[in-house]
Write a protein that binds this ligand. Structure first.
Ligand SMILES: Cc1cc2nc3c(=O)[nH]c(=O)nc-3n(C[C@H](O)[C@H](O)[C@H](O)COP(=O)(O)OP(=O)(O)OC[C@H]3O[C@@H](n4cnc5c(N)ncnc54)[C@H](O)[C@@H]3O)c2cc1C
Length: 156
């Protein structure tokens, strides 16, 4: 199936999101092709989770150093749960809905430039395997919420 748009934005990280919003505001017919999650690494794997995890130890150290304060403890399970909340349990369905409601087409796939003015969206077998592996760690999936090691999610 092929479709025409004024602009195709590949990747909806912070940079792509700015592109989408400016093109949309300019009245362009826009589609965004995102292989993982709308928001990119910042919202799910980088800025937000790292700052969320860093704040509690920072506050504990500050408390330790402040005269007249005692007993500040790090509660890792609570912090981990808060981190999962802050990264929306790796669930971007709200972001997808918001774009769709604005009239921006969202395609969840890997994109490549296939010719002048042409973008192809889909999955190679290798990409499908890599994507499946990464998203098996999706904490929004009830199957993954049971006991078991989730690298990067269960370890501080
Ligand atoms: C641990 C860590 C902490 C950080 N903390 C901060 C911070 O506090 N403040 C700050 O300003 N920056 C921080 N950064 C940097 C910040 O995350 C990046 O600068 C920012 O995410 C870059 O945005 P981007 O849109 O260029 O790329 P990305 O966020 O990487 O987004 C690119 C998107 O494109 C998609 N994509 C890529 N190729 C394709 C394709 N072929 N088809 C379809 N989709 C595709 C990807 O899936 C991804 O969603 C941090 C980075 C790390 C690693």
């Amino acid at each position: 199936m092929s479709e025409s748009f004024d602009a195709v934005v590949i990747g909806a990280g912070p940079a792509g999101e700015v592109m989408v919003s400016r093109l949309h505001a300019a009245g362009k017919r826009v589609t965004v092709v995102e292989a993982e999650l709308i928001g990119g690494e910042c919202g799910y794997w980088a800025c937000i989770p790292s700052k969320t995890l860093l704040r509690a130890p920072e506050a504990r150290i500050e408390a330790d150093r402040a005269e007249g304060v005692s007993g500040a403890e790090l509660n890792w399970p609570a912090l981990r749960d808060y981190r999962d909340y802050m990264i929306r349990y790796l669930d971007d369905s709200g972001q997808v809905r918001s774009y769709t409601n604005q009239g921006v087409t969202v395609i969840k796939a890997s994109a490549r430039l296939s010719g002048p003015g042409t973008v192809e969206a889909g999955w190679s077998d290798a990409e499908r395997r890599a994507h499946g592996h990464r998203h098996r760690q999706h904490p929004a999936d009830p199957a993954d919420r049971g006991p078991g090691r989730r690298p990067g999610l269960d370890q501080p």
